[in-house]
Design a protein around this ligand. Sequence first.
Ligand code: ZN
Length: 121
Amino acid sequence: MDKKTLKILEDKLLEEKAKHEEELSRFAKRNPQNEDDFNADFPQLGEKEDENASEVAEYSKDLTLERTLEASLKDVNKALERMKDGTYGICKYCSKPIDEKRLMARPTSTSCIDCKKLFTE
Ligand SMILES: [Zn+2]
């Protein structure tokens, strides 16, 4: 992969990282011990019974979103690490280079299209 393509992909990854972190920071706090871990804040709406119920509903929605965003963030961070150690863009199953078009569409891809088909069908 040429340096220019790699740079474009790195920018895409950094952009995604910032977006996920921004979204998470709206309702969760970063664990100071582990930068990949976020904890959703428990919403405080009030003390009435229906308010408590809404809090729980809100919280469980946040937890689901938190897990989704956290997983995406981890994928992005892993991809950035692979860029640093030079294994980025290599299929984890067959060790062949992943198609650049595939990486452009999904910069966190870790497998080529052939292997993806093989392992998901
Ligand atoms: Zn492969």
